[in-house]
Ligand binder design. Structure first.
Ligand code: AMP
Ligand code: ZN
Length: 149
C-alpha cells in the first residue's frame, strides 16, 4: 500500500533504524520510543489489523517479538524484561494501520523513566540503540548454536 508508512519502510522509500529483516518480517526502532530500544515488528505484506493478518504470519511476528525480548536482555541496553503490546484496531488505539507488535525494553526500577518516556517519546542515539539490539540477536544466535553443539 503506497500510502502506508510501514509499507514504505519495507520498500526502503522511508527511513528506519532496522534491527532485523527476513523474507516476511521487518523490525525497526519506533520513531517515538517509550524506552530506548523500543522496537516494532511488522509483517512485510500489508495487513491493516489482526482480522486481515494471515495466522502463520501472526505466529512469526510473535516469535520474532519473543526473540527480540531475549536479545534485549543480552544487549548492552541493560534490559531485564520487556513489554510486548499489539494495538489491534482504532478502538484499541492503533494509529498506524499496518499490523505491528511493540517490544519495549524494561529494567528493574525503571517506572519513572518509562513514565517520562510516555510523555517525551524521544530516544537518544537511535543508530547505537539499533546496533545494540542487533548485537543482542547475534549473542542469542551464538548461545543457541553452543547449546546445540
Ligand atoms: P500504535 O498504532 O498506537 O500501536 O503505534 C504506532 C507506533 O508507530 C507509534 O509508537 C509511533 O511512534 C510509531 N511510528 C509511526 N511512524 C513511524 C515511523 N515512520 N517509523 C517508526 N515508527 C513509527
Ligand atoms: Zn502497510
Amino acid at each position: 500500500m503506497s500510502g502506508c508508512i510501514f509499507c514504505r519502510i519495507v520498500a526502503g522509500t522511508a527511513p528506519a533504524h532496522r534491527v532485523y529483516e527476513d523474507e516476511t518480517l521487518c523490525a525497526f526502532l519506533d520513531i517515538r520510543p517509550i524506552a530506548r530500544g523500543h522496537t516494532l515488528v511488522i509483517p512485510k505484506p500489508h495487513a491493516t489489523n489482526l482480522d486481515d493478518l494471515d495466522h502463520e504470519l501472526g505466529a512469526r511476528i510473535f516469535t520474532l517479538g519473543h526473540r527480540l525480548a531475549k536479545a534485549l536482555r543480552r544487549s548492552d541496553l541493560g534490559a531485564d524484561g520487556a513489554n510486548l503490546l499489539l494495538n489491534d484496531g482504532k478502538s484499541a488505539f492503533q494509529t498506524v494501520h499496518h499490523v505491528h507488535l511493540h517490544v519495549v525494553p524494561r529494567r528493574r526500577g525503571d517506572l519513572l523513566t518509562v513514565a517520562r518516556g510516555f510523555v517525551l517519546r524521544r530516544g537518544p542515539e537511535p543508530e547505537a540503540a539499533a546496533a545494540a539490539i542487533r548485537t543482542g540477536l547475534d549473542r542469542l544466535d551464538a548461545e543457541e548454536r553452543e547449546s546445540r553443539a
